[in-house]
Unconditional design. Structure first.
Length: 252
């Protein structure tokens, strides 16, 4: 059983389409049209084309393509803003808001045609955002699932709380967790395929596989294929087997 996966996108539409092209090429050589593509969340923020990313994935699912899109913490922040511009994500640091340049929310709104969203009255920006984001897109984006299980792999944006049954996991952890998950060396009962914590390159730690290769900071969007608990990066030259690395002792 094989499953394709794409790491964090962060508004990098062109890089995302390149990842899909690598998957199409792999399917033609070694794969199967029956194998789904799982997108690990953070569709939006920081990059220039969040609206295009979201629209493409929405339309692909609507047209029957075999794609699963997982919710990321940046996706939740965008949806929260559209529901209530004064609401705060409970895991966001007190000195930050979604419209802070560090989070990248203004870039998302700019991709929907808003002008200087980080420098104008919040009520005005919110009203324009509601006009700009189609209701169907808004509902689809807000309703993305938190996890997807297939074979020996669990696909989730940030990770899981170690030792907690899957059905008892908290949404905040699935979207935001870092240190306690990243430094845990135990077998979770499945390979956890995740993003959220940006690295220079995708890395397989044995019990988990991190596909966030820093697209939000100028890095690539990574595509991989998972079979059992093994994984291969997809490159223009074909599959590249991922060698297991030691779990880091501190949070990246």
């Amino acid at each position: 059983m094989q499953t394709y996966a794409i790491g964090d996108i962060h508004g990098q539409y062109d890089l995302m389409m390149g990842a899909f092209e690598l998957i199409s090429a792999d399917r033609a050589r070694d794969g199967s049209a029956e194998s789904p593509v799982v997108v690990l969340g953070d569709l939006c923020d920081r990059g220039p084309k969040s609206a295009q990313v979201i629209a493409h994935l929405h339309d692909a699912q609507k047209n029957g393509e075999n794609i699963v899109v997982i919710k990321g913490n940046h996706d939740r922040m965008f949806s929260t803003f559209l529901d209530d511009p004064f609401a705060r994500d409970p895991r966001l640091r007190a000195e930050l808001s979604w419209l802070h340049p560090r989070l990248g929310g203004p870039k998302t709104l700019e991709s929907y045609g808003l002008r200087e969203p980080g420098n104008r009255p919040l009520d005005q920006v919110h009203a324009e955002a509601l006009e700009a984001v189609p209701p169907e897109i808004r509902a689809w984006h807000a309703g993305l699932p938190l996890t997807y299980r297939r074979g020996e792999a669990l696909f989730v944006h940030a990770g899981i709380a170690p030792g907690v049954p899957l059905e008892a996991q908290k949404e905040d952890d699935l979207l935001w967790i870092r240190s306690t998950f990243l430094t845990d060396t135990r077998d979770h009962g499945f390979l956890v395929v995740h993003g959220h914590t940006a690295l220079d390159h995708a890395t397989h730690y044995g019990n988990r596989l991190n596909l966030d290769s820093s697209a939000g900071y100028g890095g690539p969007v990574t595509a991989a294929v998972i079979e059992g608990r093994d994984a291969w990066l997809l490159t223009p030259q074909g599959r590249q087997k991922m060698v297991l690395q030691k779990v880091p002792e501190t949070t990246p």
